[in-house]
Write a protein that binds this ligand. Structure first.
Ligand code: AGP
Length: 606
């Protein structure tokens, strides 16, 4: 939701903090700020806007200091104002605090503090932490004791970092249900809400678990449990992502770069050892019920999985939107819940996973971020290895999740005899060919996707339709244009249209229809029927398909003629085509592609 960074060094850290904030900006970007220790108190600079603009306007790098914390915000409590931006100070202006998450009892804490004469400058839940520490210090005792006492008073989720001139050589931080990681450098240490906070400076990290706090100095760190102060020893994690991977590499936007990375990220999924896939497949097969969970794009990845499990493995795998899962499905012992998540931190999916654990279900996850909460919580994990996805809109992470689920469906199908070894082998060959199919598509068809997008960017109300596995393809494609182009796009099964929504059809609402390859005769025929129903009512239809005869039939108003691909992998080609279409629609409309309005990369609140 928001990004936290902290650096303690023997040289000025203001420039590095700004760099770190830039790398964290995808987590939230409505306002940002820094606090540095350089004398009597903590100097805070903050304002609303993007990091580069605020840093320039507020002269962040003019503030010097060897210990600092920083924050980039995505508002939850309180409007987007300079006052609500982090860091927050206590009344005396000494203790500076940054916070991610939601403190659910902040109203009660705030009114108690106001009664004790604390005055608040923001509407945030976060500011209470600075005042609590100040209040706790009144009884004497150390800053560390006051910090721990404050953390123990918080209910809800938090990742908190604090600096104070009372202990000018330390950064204090702690977490509960919101990620926080330490970065270990040479005579310089870091904290961050994820690796991007410090990956430019060090690859060595230590992950804090829920209910732990750390005191970080220039030379080292100490981790303890907040509850009983028990010291914690934790292995150092080596981050393999390189800095350049996290940069744009010549593309105008991260979204386009990440779309173009897909031949390689799909290749990564194909490299996951078969034994690892088989291990997970065996667990899936022995489960009473199999639930695939995600939210937003990851729900659509899970839905793709549902269709592949049904058609390839012949078993039901129920895709659930994780925000509704705990209420909509009774999940219990012997069930297996597989969470799908790029960040591994999404609140809704984490809650669904926790509920599954509580109910005695077994858990698994497909995750991109190493060391994330889901990667650590699930019993079995497949790391998708897509590298950092910086654009808020998910592209390469999504196709890798779909591919992983396809591999799992194939393995389950082979284990339970739903597919013969020869068919499995043939389909694996198709999967192995996918990176070059996608690479050719990106090289040869991007121009067509761009022209199509430019022709239709002016139409802002759409129905996105598909049948079978092309239904989740349509849903995901609709989500892409909603997110990045701000167009109204309603995804639905093409067969569902005639049961009500067809009443909307006129010459103003457009339909975007996703076709299977013509070899899938029945699905192809019924998709044509849906188009005919729309045309009969004066609707305009644009289609993504690979059929020369359909192209020449005169039925469609416009189209993107896709390359021919085997039915097993063709849905992924359509997804990539729709990503490009959404990207070019957004650029035609001048949208903020990598940071669309109102969105955050990782949604870690309810
Ligand atoms: C995707 O384009 C979205 N930004 C969003 O739907 C995202 O997929 C969802 O919030 C889940 O995030 P996760 O993969 O990090 O769990």
């Amino acid at each position: 939701m928001c990004g936290i960074s902290g650096i303690i060094s023997s040289a000025d850290v203001s420039g590095k903090l700004v760099e770190s904030l830039r790398n964290l900006e995808y987590r939230g970007y409505d306002s940002c700020g820094i606090a540095l220790l350089n004398g009597a108190g903590a100097t805070v600079r903050k304002n609303i806007g993007y990091v580069a603009d605020v840093a320039e306007k507020e002269l962040f790098t003019d503030v010097k200091g060897r210990v600092g914390i920083a924050h980039t915000r995505w508002a939850t409590h309180g409007k987007v104002t300079s006052g609500n931006a982090h860091p927050h100070l206590c009344c005396g202006g000494k203790t500076a605090v940054v916070h991610n998450g939601i403190i659910t009892n902040y109203r009660k804490l705030k009114s108690d503090l106001i009664r004790k004469k604390h005055s608040f400058k923001s509407e945030t839940d976060s500011e209470v932490v600075a005042h609590l520490i100040e209040e706790n210090l009144k009884g004497g005792g150390s800053l560390e004791a006051a910090f721990i006492k404050a953390l123990r008073m918080l209910e809800g989720s938090f990742a908190v970092a604090m600096i104070s001139p009372g202990e000018p050589e330390k950064i204090f931080c702690g977490r509960n249900e919101s990620p926080l990681i330490l970065g270990l450098g040479e005579n310089e240490n870091y904290i961050g809400s994820d690796f991007n906070a410090f990956v430019e400076y060090t690859r060595n990290a230590v992950v804090l678990e829920d209910g732990e706090y750390a005191v970080v100095s220039r030379e080292g760190y100490e981790i303890r449990r907040i509850g009983d102060l028990e010291p914690i020893e934790r292995d150092i994690l080596r981050i393999e992502w390189d800095v350049e991977t996290a940069r744009k590499g010549g593309y105008p936007h991260y979204m386009l770069k990440e779309i173009h990375e897909q031949p390689s990220t799909i290749g990564q999924v194909l490299e996951i050892p078969e034994e690892h896939i088989r291990e997970m497949a065996e667990k899936m097969l022995s489960a009473r019920n199999l639930f695939l969970m995600g939210v937003g794009t990851t729900y659509y990845s899970a839905m793709m999985g549902q269709y592949y499990f049904s058609s390839i493995a012949g078993i039901p795998a129920y895709a659930l939107s994780s925000d509704e899962a705990p209420e909509s499905a009774s999940i219990g012992r012997n069930d297996l819940v597989l969470a799908v998540s790029q960040s591994g931190e999404t609140y809704d999916t984490l809650r669904a996973l926790k509920t599954a654990v509580k109910n005695g279900a077994r858990t698994a996850a497909i995750v991109n971020v190493i060391g994330s909460s889901m990667a650590r919580m699930a019993e079995s994990v497949i790391m998708q290895g897509s590298g950092p996805e910086i654009c808020v809109v998910s592209t390469k992470a999504a196709t890798s999740q779909m591919l992983t689920l396809m591999r799992l469906a194939l393995e389950v199908g082979a284990l339970n005899g739903a597919i013969k070894p020869a068919r499995k082998k043939a389909l694996i060959e198709k999967l192995n060919g996918l990176p070059s199919v996608i690479s050719d598509f990106l090289n040869e068809y991007s121009g067509f996707a761009r022209s199509l997008a430019q022709r239709h960017a002016g139409h802002d109300s759409w129905l996105y339709l598909g049948r079978g596995v092309y239904y989740p393809v349509a849903l995901e494609s609709a989500l892409k244009v909603k997110e990045v182009a701000y167009q109204h796009a309603e995804g639905m099964p093409a067969g569902f249209l005639k049961h009500g929504t067809i009443a909307l059809i006129d010459d103003k609402i457009r339909s975007m229809v996703f076709f299977p390859p013509q070899a899938e005769k029945e699905l192809f025929k019924t998709t044509v029927s849906a188009v005919e129903e729309i045309k009969a009512r004066g609707g305009k239809v644009v289609a993504f398909h690979s059929s020369k005869s359909l192209a020449n039939s005169g039925l469609l108003d416009d189209q993107l003629l896709l390359p021919k691909a085997h039915p097993f992998i063709a849905p992924i080609v359509s997804i990539v085509a729709a990503q490009l279409y959404a990207y070019f629609t957004a650029t035609a409309l001048g949208r903020n592609v990598d940071k669309p309005r109102a969105l955050a990369k990782s949604v870690t609140v309810a």
